[in-house]
Design a protein around this ligand. Structure first.
Ligand code: XIL
Length: 380
């Protein structure tokens, strides 16, 4: 096994490390440390040798999770779980403009670099999320005042960020959530500062610019609400397919669709509708990825066994419906443990019980959802 030299990683990244604790953890969490049990530091004594061996058999489809940088540093069990279960990682926020671009002049790469070093050191892929989004922008971006300024900033951002991770981040969510919440024929796209100034051309610009910077990168458009059994989902699928047809008719490069999979637990999955949607995308030559799976349990029954059972079933229906048309390139959940998840911020339960949207519970015990994912990803 080739172990990256600590000195090499430090040299490459030294100028950007702001956070000594992040550096320490990223460098210490090396696979060899797990295999050999060779840790000499008490801060890491919770680590049991052999976890990495559990990964020696890689699943047919890589599984990954969105990573919260704070938890990597503050919660020792968190990186341990990531190493145990994941073959991929993606920053939950560290590549968003709001984090990277506090002002027009700054690119704050420290956190994304730390995650990249962690991924490298543990034999994982890191996905990129995201380059263009209606949300998660700093005030100065929202204040962009002209098409020319929008174009200049967007191109500069993509060139700098994609350029930095060229050859390392091999799959980028270039565009995040472009479709309107309730798309109408005359207004299929979600409002954003980019749409406001550039119109739908911003889609072409972002994809073409990314491809020009790194021709090897997998170009992904990532979006949600494609699985609900209702008119809203049907309209969103249609708007999405129309958008892809438009891009292809203009020869805009695009390789894959990210199906986020923030499943609303109380609604069943429209399996035939989702399968047909993925089949259409596949027929257009596109790959699919499940990028942000979690099951929003705001409206589900309280008792844990019952709730976890429904959550696992929803995840299974979702994955099976996609897999029936095309096996995804990867399956990522949006977080890995109920201890660190975005869900309660937006979808807390009326009964005050903690949310349980993810494959591990708040004590890092695997729930039925984890088994569903492992079974799905293992299948050849
Ligand atoms: C969310 C993060 O999880 C939160 O921590 C953050 O405050 C807001 O963004 N779809 C996406 C993700 O594509 O980027 C969002 O992530 C969740 C919904």
């Amino acid at each position: 096994m080739r172990i990256p030299s600590i000195a090499a990683i430090m040299l490459r990244l030294a100028e950007d490390w702001r956070d000594a604790a992040t550096l320490k953890r990223a460098l210490f969490m090396r696979r060899r440390d797990f295999v050999l049990g060779a840790l000499g530091t008490s801060a890491l004594s919770y680590i049991k040798p052999g976890l990495a061996l559990a990964q020696s058999k890689r699943p047919a489809i890589p599984y990954g999770a969105a990573i919260r940088d704070g938890a990597m540093v503050d919660d020792p069990f968190y990186p341990q779980a990531i190493i145990k279960y994941c073959q991929q990682v993606v920053g939950e926020g560290n590549l968003k403009w709001i984090t990277l671009r506090p002002d027009r002049e700054t690119f704050a790469f420290a956190e994304a670099d730390a995650l990249m070093a962690f991924a490298d050191a543990n034999g994982m892929e890191m996905r990129g999320h995201n380059l263009v989004w209606y949300a998660g922008n700093p005030d100065w971006v929202e204040a962009i005042g002209s098409a020319e300024e929008a174009k200049t900033e967007l191109v500069h951002h993509i060139e700098t960020v994609v350029g930095r991770y060229k050859g390392k981040i091999r799959s980028w969510d270039v565009i995040n959530e472009p479709i309107a919440d309730q798309p109408r024929a005359e207004a299929p796209y979600r409002d954003s500062i980019w749409l406001k100034h550039l119109g739908p051309d911003y889609l072409d610009l972002a994809l073409r610019t990314t491809a020009a910077v790194d021709p090897e990168v997998q170009l992904v458009i990532n979006d949600f609400d494609f699985e609900q059994p209702n008119d809203k989902t049907r309209a969103r699928r249609k708007a999405f397919l129309d958008m892809v047809r438009g891009l292809q008719s203009r020869d805009v490069p695009l390789h894959a669709i990210g199906l986020q999979g923030h499943i609303q637990g109380e609604l069943g999955i429209d399996k035939p509708g989702l399968t047909a949607f993925v089949a259409e995308l596949a027929a257009m030559g596109l790959s699919v990825l499940v990028t942000e799976l979690d099951v929003i349990d705001k409206m589900l029954p309280g008792p844990e066994i019952e709730r976890d059972g429904i959550i696992a079933q929803r995840a299974k229906d979702y994955l099976d419906a996609i897999g029936a048309a095309k096996r995804p390139d990867a399956v990522l959940t949006w977080g890995i443990t109920d201890k660190h998840t975005w869900v309660p911020v937006w979808f807390s339960r009326d009964d005050g019980l903690p949310n349980r949207p993810l494959p591990l519970d708040a004590d890092y015990k695997p729930k039925p959802m984890m088994q569903v994912i492992e079974d799905f990803c293992a299948e050849q």
